[in-house]
Design a protein around this ligand. Structure first.
Ligand SMILES: Cc1cc2nc3c(=O)[nH]c(=O)nc-3n(C[C@H](O)[C@H](O)[C@H](O)COP(=O)(O)O)c2cc1C
Length: 301
């Protein structure tokens, strides 16, 4: 099966994308995983100034998934340009940057830095569950304002990463597309919390964090379905709870053109290779010659 896929202006050699925040700066991850499995790998979100992140505990395994409250720990764009950017060209995968911030101007400044550093695309993280203030992707106007500001600053393709907590994900996706996003990433983690019954303390220092992993899949898949049905021309990266090749197929059928893999990397850094093998086995078994044949090819009842 030909694994290559088109995502708006981007051509990816594989539909698999390594999700932001689960593969470090990407260079960190190269030592423990095979980057060849991916069409792109997204570096950890970067902000204008350095952020230490939240104090521990910041990660907690919970029933069939994971809670995280990292709080966008990152060195800030200036240090990122000095320490991470110079290594990008030697990696075996195109790297996308991820921009985060508290105002549209901050996002734009970070995105310009990422683009100057040589990323192949910029993901605009409008959906971090662990930042102070209101989440941009819950609000069509705020989300569109950020994407417009970023669009004005960079020439590389721009993706908007949205939250499954949005009340009307189709409206937000439509607004960011109108503002110039080349694709959307559906979705980031969903808000969640857990408490240790013996200590009576929340499992995260930030109390509420991002819930990710297998249980997120039906929720994110619903978002992909809805957005693809309403906006069939808008390219989508599906993301949430992918663990096997069949999960990738599920997202493709619902309308995603590429599929990001996150939480599984913590337990199995080489998961990408296995997932690609499973995807190829699916293609052989079902006589699928090109991954692109699967995009949006779900059968109606
Ligand atoms: C520990 C951790 C850190 C994350 N950090 C980021 C981040 O910095 N930027 C971002 O856009 N998404 C971040 N995410 C969200 C993932 O990229 C992904 O959207 C989410 O986990 C759902 O996919 P999954 O179920 O395959 O993990 C993070 C997820 C985890 C588990």
């Amino acid at each position: 099966m030909d694994l290559s896929t088109r995502l708006g202006p981007l051509r990816l050699r594989s539909p698999l994308v390594a999700a932001s925040g689960t593969v470090g700066s990407v260079a960190d991850f190269a030592a423990v995983a095979s980057l060849q499995a991916y069409g792109a790998a997204v570096a950890k979100s970067v902000t204008r100034t350095p952020r230490p992140g939240l104090p521990p505990p910041r990660l907690a395994p919970v029933a069939s998934g994971m809670l995280n409250g990292i709080g966008i720990q990152n060195p800030g764009i200036e240090a990122w340009l000095k320490t991470v950017a110079p290594g990008l060209a030697s990696l075996e995968v195109p790297v996308w940057g991820s921009a985060a911030g508290e105002t549209a101007d901050e996002f734009a400044e970070v995105a310009a830095g990422l683009a100057a550093g040589g990323v192949a695309a910029v993901e605009v993280n409008l959906s971090c569950p662990n930042l102070e203030g209101r989440m941009f992707s819950l609000d069509t106007e705020a989300a569109a304002a950020v994407v417009s500001a970023v669009r004005r600053e960079v020439l590389v393709p721009v993706g908007a990463k949205l939250s499954p907590n949005a009340q009307d994900i189709v409206a937000v996706a439509g607004a960011v597309a109108e503002a110039g996003a080349d694709f959307v990433v559906l979705t980031n983690s969903i808000w969640g919390a857990a408490i240790d019954s013996s200590t009576r303390r929340p499992l995260l220092s930030g109390v509420i964090g991002g819930y990710s992993g297998v249980p997120l899949r039906p929720i994110a898949l619903r978002c992909v379905f809805e957005v693809h049905r309403a906006l069939p021309e808008l390219p989508i990266v599906g993301c949430g709870g992918v663990r096997r090749g069949e999960d990738v197929v599920e997202y493709l059928l619902a309308g995603a053109s590429a599929v990001a893999v996150g939480t599984v990397h913590f337990a199995e850094p080489r998961a990408g290779r296995r997932i690609v093998r499973q995807l190829l086995a699916y293609g052989r078994k079902h006589g699928v010659e090109r991954v692109e044949e699967l995009v949006g090819a779900v059968e109606p009842w």
